[in-house]
Design a protein around this ligand. Structure first.
Ligand code: AMP
Length: 385
């Protein structure tokens, strides 16, 4: 879940930007101003209580705001995230929002302040008043609204500055420029939320077949160095030709070839929820590379899993695979199979041990049929601990 609050004086362009943001990021829009106007239209008790205050440009009491917000959030708790417009508008409301988010087991990711000076606000609201039909878009009320903003709303910024989640954009720029700046902030937030898994295991442990199905189930991008390399071979690219040599000799492909392929994948995946890495990292060097690449894309590893299968079973599976259509070039002889198992033992096991010390590696029993192992893996992924 990603939750964002748009902040700024009346007329800063919060409503305009919201229209685009809710579509782009599939967020549920909560504008307290809009909700209040609806209550007034429907002549509810809340609406009647708020009516005169709004008409005079004052701020509606926090007790009323908390009721309408809580009702709306409760009715829509399954959404992708919320976009708040016009809330929180007082220091107290900032605390209220904290409490509401905790109830949903989530939090506000960022507050984006669209900065516009008072003269510009006044000008925009006066212009809007000519067409908006809003009774509070007239000169006297505008003056009051701006005064309320300066006295009660502006201090809210400090609350979020102290928390380190306040971002500011220049609202005097064009709508498209403001949109771009906001998007940059939100995309960074999304990346922090990516869920990234490394699936370790000896060749033949089922990482590949499980990884693909897991990626599908959890909406993650599956990144298997083996498949990326196969693709290059299939397309007979320059890289592919080099890779073939290493494959044919049962050798590990050098990092200089792997890194740009992974980098390309990370750069081209814009709206993913995270990645499942299979076949990387295989060496100490690659573990540093992967950590660095993820850091560069402002994310990190969320879960590291090792599928465990006894050696004799691995040999049996790899031998069986070599006699089927899914045989890989590196399955073609016993010597190559043994070489791969040895490579894993010598180079990759120490990497798993290092990760285990640093972050903890979850071991999953890889014996049994596909579905049984899949269920065990899902349990590990679903368990957020
Ligand atoms: P808006 O549509 O956000 O400009 O809000 C219009 C009016 O609704 C404001 O001038 C306030 O009177 C009232 N209002 C909207 N949101 C809030 C809030 N969070 N707290 C208090 N009053 C609000």
């Amino acid at each position: 879940m990603i939750n964002i609050a748009l902040f700024g004086p009346p007329g800063a362009g919060k409503g305009t930007q919201s229209e685009f943001l809710i579509k782009e990021y599939n967020l549920f829009y909560i504008s307290t101003g809009y909700l209040l106007r609806k209550e007034i239209e429907e002549q509810t008790k809340l609406g009647l209580d708020a009516q005169n205050i709004i008409a005079a440009g004052g701020l509606v009491p926090d007790e009323i705001i908390v009721q309408i917000i809580e009702k709306t959030i409760k009715e829509n708790s399954n959404v992708n995230g919320f976009l708040f417009d016009g809330f929180p508008r007082t220091y107290i409301q900032a605390y209220i929002l904290e409490g509401l988010m905790i109830k949903l087991n989530t939090s506000l990711n960022c507050l984006i302040s669209i900065n516009v000076h008072e003269e510009e606000s006044k000008k925009r609201l006066t212009n809007r008043g000519k067409t908006s039909g809003r009774s509070d878009d007239n000169e006297e009320v505008i003056r009051n609204r701006l005064q309320e903003y300066n006295e009660k709303t502006q201090p809210v910024l400090n609350f979020y500055r102290e928390k380190g989640i306040c971002f500011e954009v220049d609202g005097l720029n064009s709508i498209d420029e403001v949109k771009f700046d906001i998007k940059t902030i939100i995309n960074t937030e999304f990346k922090k939320q990516l869920f990234n898994i490394v699936l370790f295991g000896y060749p033949g442990s089922g990482r590949g077949s499980q990884g693909k199905v897991l990626a599908e189930k959890y909406g993650l991008e599956y990144i298997a160095t083996g498949s990326l390399l196969d693709e290059e071979i299939k397309n007979n690219t320059e890289i592919g030709k080099k890779v073939k040599y290493f494959y044919d000799n049962g050798l590990l492909v050098p990092d200089e070839i792997i890194v740009p392929l992974i980098e390309k994948k990370l750069e081209n995946a814009n709206s993913v929820r995270g990645y499942i890495f299979k076949g990387i990292p295989r060496t100490f060097v690659q573990s540093y590379i992967l950590d660095g690449l993820l850091k560069k894309h402002k994310t990190s590893l969320s879960k590291i899993i090792e599928i465990e299968v006894p050696t004799l079973e691995l040999i049996k599976r790899l031998d069986q695979r070599s006699q089927t259509d899914s045989s890989m070039p590196y399955d073609s002889s016993t010597a190559k199979i043994v070489q791969r198992l040895q490579d894993h033992q010598n180079k990759t096991i120490p990497v798993i041990e290092k990760y285990n010390e640093l972050h903890g590696v979850v071991k999953v029993n890889g014996m049994g049929n596909f579905e049984e192992v899949f269920q065990r893996l899902c349990e590990v992924i679903d368990n957020n601990g």
